[in-house]
Design a protein around this ligand. Sequence first.
Ligand code: RNT
Ligand code: ZN
Length: 410
Amino acid sequence: MYGLAKKEYAAYGVDTEAAIAKLKHIPVSIHCWQGDDVIGLDGGGSLSGGIQTTGNYPGRARNFEELKADIKTAFALMPGKKRLNLHASYAVLNGDSVDRDKYEPKHFAAWVEFAKEIGLQGVDFNPTMFSHKNAKDGLTLSSPDESVRKFWVEHCKACLKIAEYFANEMNSHCLVNIWIPDGYKDVPADRLTPRLRLKKSLDEILSVKYDKKKVIVAVESKVFGIGVESYTVGSNEFYQNYAAKNGICCLLDNGHYHPTEYVSDKIPALLAFYDKVALHVTRGVRWDSDHVVLFEDELKEIAKEIVSNGATEKVLIGLDYFDASINRLSAWVTGQRAMQKALLYALLLPNEKLRSLQDMSGFTELMALNEELKDLPFGAVWKEYLKREGLEKNYFLKIKEYEKEVLSKR
Ligand code: RNT
Ligand code: ZN
């Protein structure tokens, strides 16, 4: 089947071997928080910040050991280059009673050891400014309470140090993504001052010395969250301007825009100005619901923009979803494979030909060709890629086995 598919693609000028070879090297950063419903290991408290995990599927990882075992099992079923995306709330404190403003690299040493053990390319990082008593009234870096604001500034500074440690240990960059839940449920009296406080906080965080080649700082905007429907301090305009003026990068989460806005269109807009663009790939259903990523049209379009613009090293792909209503490992693998599928699909498009049709205003042919491409034997190439990665299309049986042997006993 692969031999025939190869020929069929070749007729369109597409080299399936080159596509497979390229796909192997595009890293996807996989979020640790799908494994335990974003609860974390530092006992910060129940999930807050306007995000929500729904469902009560049995077998959630309840501690570091269980989370590691689940990650190991799930990652083994994922093809391609993998990175691990950690939140600060996953610090391994071992009884140390430090708060988040005092976290140190040593609290993450066990994660580094694990990442090396399972052969990951790198580790990415996120300050955790939710599920904690100091996220007072839902405000962190924009809080009018100076001691609260300072606490979170210190937390972010600590995270930059930890990120540098990850980068050095893994010999690969570390993306530090700053997302805060700050906002108001109802019409605010003052929309500017909280943003000025956020700006000041970011300035203070970025005033620490860190190696900019190794540590890439990003800011993640959002439209609204549950309980903070009327106003979000870290909005899109705020962060895009902040990032542009301060030499950091933007992180686009495709659940964080109005439903008719598309991240696939935002990627090339930012590529015109930025050396790096970070992504949180998710699937919002009616709101930022963080459903498992599937091989759908917008995901294909996102991948197309990355691949056809030669931006596989500029766009830092990360996953961000959390579903507790189904087997969590399966959720992980399904989403990661969907991302890989979309990248492969994009790598198998005759991008040069399509581009030249656009430039020649050959829109009739462009439309016809685009439709023709949709039913090429993509599945055969995907299966071949999996085979070469030592994997099979059906991963569900392995997950079921793990559920029976491990998860059901928790
Ligand atoms: C929330 C943001 C944020 C979180 C993670 C857990 O809306 O998307 O990225 O999902 O940090
Ligand atoms: Zn996100």
